[in-house]
Write a protein that binds this ligand. Structure first.
Ligand SMILES: C[S@@+](CC[C@H](N)C(=O)[O-])C[C@H]1O[C@@H](n2cnc3c(N)ncnc32)[C@H](O)[C@@H]1O
Length: 430
């Protein structure tokens, strides 16, 4: 791809476009970006490029002759090439990623003409310009910033400029969506954790999460783009249905803190339990379908210092009960075995308030439970869940727990006592 930028400020443009990725691509000969001084093509002694507008008015207008001569100079010898002369103008079509794709696909040689002052003589546009492109509905002092934006966005699509085409496929605006959120080290920054799903190496689940986040953030940040978006396949449609269900739920906007629960928290904990009970019932999961766990149970948990509440933005958003005492029922595990005979704690009861379902609060709960396990001086957490409780099993698996076998719990008459047992050995903190 060759790009000639016709400008009164070639040094400025050159400095920007010959740095970093584009600079390296130019050095390798993958792209050829040239900045040409329009003033060098004047036919007057003063090297004047502009003059007063006919009819009066403020400012000056760039003359057609230097522009045309400059253009003829850069086009010389390129006959037969797929070339396009573009005038950067606030009156042009708004520039988009689709335009960048088209320019990269359809042309080998772009000439970008930068106006200045009040613009350029209309007759030059009529006679020499194939297309006008605007950077947006605002007015710049000159076309250089717009030309740099066009050159940069077109060149990064030229094969070989970026390490892999995957670097731009899937980016914002590639297929009518914004990109998913990105994170890098450290895993925890100022109390904000990287979403757990990105840490577990399950690439299929990561891809699904990323696509859903693309849909979510396009819907939330750019409703105009979202309205024009057509789902690519049945999976997109499924993700959109999931997002619709999650609408109205709260988002985690600040660090989640946890603390030991107090007696005053019991009514809120029971409210969360009741919502969880109804949700489990709707999904035909025979867990918490009787009076267990009740207020007396939580009062005892609180007395023992084993019940904790997660707080977010003034809400009590979730709770968990973590006991540092071994569970006698866990000794008789069937269809498997625990990984190691080391002291462990047990995650007994835990639930997230319904407004926070799908927000990442459940993952935050697991992280808090891990922190508390360490505070108890224990490096192993065990937990059991109903075999039909797939959301809990998924949460545990994506949080690094492993299925170890089956156990029986004490349950009320007529309720299923079978549970799947999971375990996580906590790694030493780096
Ligand atoms: C001050 S502007 C001229 C604006 C012109 N008088 C008008 O109202 O349409 C000077 C130059 O900046 C460039 N320019 C300004 N806004 C631009 C935009 N939104 N997109 C691309 N180029 C722009 C054009 O090359 C233009 O010739």
């Amino acid at each position: 791809m060759r790009i000639d930028i016709l400008t009164l400020f070639p040094d400025t443009v050159n400095a920007v476009l010959h740095e970093s990725i584009l600079g390296r691509a130019a050095a390798k000969g993958i792209v050829d970006i040239r900045c040409v001084q329009i003033r060098d093509f004047t036919e007057n002694k003063q090297k004047q490029v502009d003059d007063y507008p006919y009819g009066g008015g403020f400012g000056c207008v760039m003359m057609a002759q230097p522009l045309k001569s400059c253009l003829e100079h850069v086009l010389a010898g390129t006959e037969g090439q797929r070339r396009r002369v573009i005038y950067l103008s606030p009156q042009g079509q708004p520039y988009t990623q689709e335009t960048a794709k088209r320019l990269n696909r359809d042309y080998d040689h772009l000439v970008l003409v930068c106006g200045h002052y009040e613009g350029v003589d209309e007759r030059f546009i009529e006679a020499c310009v194939d297309e006008e492109i605007s950077l947006g509905d605002f007015v710049l002092t000159g076309g250089e910033i717009a030309a740099m934006a066009v050159a940069d966005s077109v060149c990064r699509l030229v094969p070989g400029v970026l390490a892999d085409e995957q670097c731009y496929i899937g980016e914002s605006h590639w297929d009518g969506l914004l990109e998913y959120p990105q994170y890098t080290r450290p895993e925890n920054w100022e109390g904000r954790a990287v979403p757990e799903i990105l840490l577990n190496g399950d690439h299929a689940r990561i891809e699904r999460w990323r696509r859903k986040e693309q849909l979510r953030r396009t819907r939330d940040k750019r409703p105009d783009m979202f309205a024009a978006f057509t789902p690519a396949d049945a999976e997109d449609e499924k993700l959109l249905r999931e997002l619709e269900k999650e609408r109205g739920r709260k988002k985690i906007t600040e660090p989640v803190q946890y603390r030991a629960a107090e007696a005053a928290d019991i009514p809120r904990i029971l409210e969360i339990v009741q919502d969880a009970r109804e949700s489990l019932g709707r999904h035909h999961i025979d867990q918490w379908q009787g009076p267990y766990p009740d207020g007396a149970r939580f009062a005892e948990d609180i007395r023992l210092g084993q019940c904790f509440v997660l707080e977010h933005a003034g809400d009590r958003a979730a709770f968990f009960v973590l006991s540092p005492l071994e569970e006698p029922g866990y000794a008789a595990i069937t269809d498997g075995k625990w990984s190691a005979d080391i002291p462990y704690c047990v995650l007994h009861r835990a639930a997230v308030a319904k407004e926070y379902r799908g927000s990442g609060m459940a993952q935050a709960l697991i992280r808090c439970a891990e922190t508390q396990a360490r505070a108890f001086g224990l490096k192993c957490i065990r937990v059991d869940t109903h075999k039909k409780n797939k959301p809990m099993q998924n949460l545990l698996r994506e949080s690094g727990f492993r299925y170890r076998g089956n156990i029986l719990v004490e349950s009320e008459p007529g309720h299923d006592p079978q549970r799947q047992a999971f375990e996580k050995i906590l790694k030493d903190k780096k």
